[in-house]
Design a protein around this ligand. Structure first.
Ligand SMILES: [Zn+2]
Length: 278
């Protein structure tokens, strides 16, 4: 298959595409855009794997997003108070066992999204739970030899600390920090740990990250849409989709002052290497 760019982190399996999923995928593939759909819980991981089997040019990652760790089965209901942390912990354990089964699938190219998200919830207990789950993903990455897809929101210190503590389990191509929003210092640390970066819609309308991006070696840069979220310019206000990833490539080519075609080639090569694609 002749692919020109891979959207390295997207969620076409999410319900926002229930009405027109096949058209959205076709729009991307017709433009020679492949995609890696990232799981955020057990169901969306399974759905991502199923889609990857349906289409050439699609791959999946499997994992449990850090904010999914606080999900009660009947969230919102008063009854949830009766579910002990112990029961929730058992649920997470069994979900991870299922994730592990999926992880061996040949169209699964990475483990995640996983990591820390201390934006909405924080505190010792939240951190402890997120850490426990993150470590299970790191171990799974090591066992399957598949790179990590890291979600890190307002939690660089915690994320780096946990990765440092398990440095011996990280792969040489450790994976990606998706939707990277760190500064120079964080970028440097990310590189030291063997990770690459995905940038998305944000860099098409914000110049805030240009300096950080330029500090990153070209071979560490990948592109994503994180669709249905963070729609790039000029499509802001609409639902995002993988076909728009070329806008991100164009913005990168401006930041690095490279030709668009050349930038696309570099990014594709990086995605191939990090995720062992084809
Ligand atoms: Zn995502």
């Amino acid at each position: 298959m002749d692919i020109k760019v891979v959207d390295a982190h997207t969620h076409v399996q999410f319900e926002q595409y229930d009405k027109d999923r096949d058209e959205v995928i076709k729009r991307a593939l017709d433009n020679r855009i492949g995609m890696i759909n990232a799981g955020a819980d057990l169901k969306s991981s399974q759905d991502a794997v199923d889609l990857a089997h349906k289409y050439e040019g699609l791959w999946a990652t499997v994992g449990i997003h850090p904010t999914e760790t606080q999900t009660h089965p009947d969230s919102g209901a008063d009854k949830s108070e009766f579910i002990s942390e112990n029961q929730l912990s058992n649920q997470r354990e069994s979900a991870m066992r299922e994730i592990e089964k999926l992880a061996h699938d040949k169209k699964v190219v990475g483990i995640g999204e996983c990591g820390y998200d201390l934006y909405r919830n924080k505190g010792e207990e939240v951190e402890k739970i997120q850490k426990e789950l993150f470590i299970k993903h790191i171990q799974l990455s090591n066992r399957t030899r598949k790179p990590l897809v890291i979600h890190c929101r307002e939690a660089f210190n915690e994320t780096f600390k946990t990765l440092e503590e398990h440095k011996n389990l990280l792969l040489l191509e450790a994976g990606i920090f998706h939707f990277f929003t760190g500064r120079l210092k964080e970028a440097k640390k990310t590189i030291e740990l063997g990770f690459s970066f995905t940038f998305g819609g944000l860099i098409t309308y914000s110049r805030e990250f240009d300096e950080v991006i330029r500090s990153i070696p070209l071979e560490r840069i990948l592109v994503e849409t994180d669709a249905p979220f963070v729609t790039p310019a000029p499509f802001r206000g609409q639902r995002n989709e993988p076909a728009y990833v070329t806008e991100v490539v164009d913005s990168l080519s401006e930041v690095y002052k490279r030709d668009r075609e050349e930038m696309a080639k570099i990014v594709l090569e990086n995605t191939r290497r990090v995720f062992n694609l084809f």
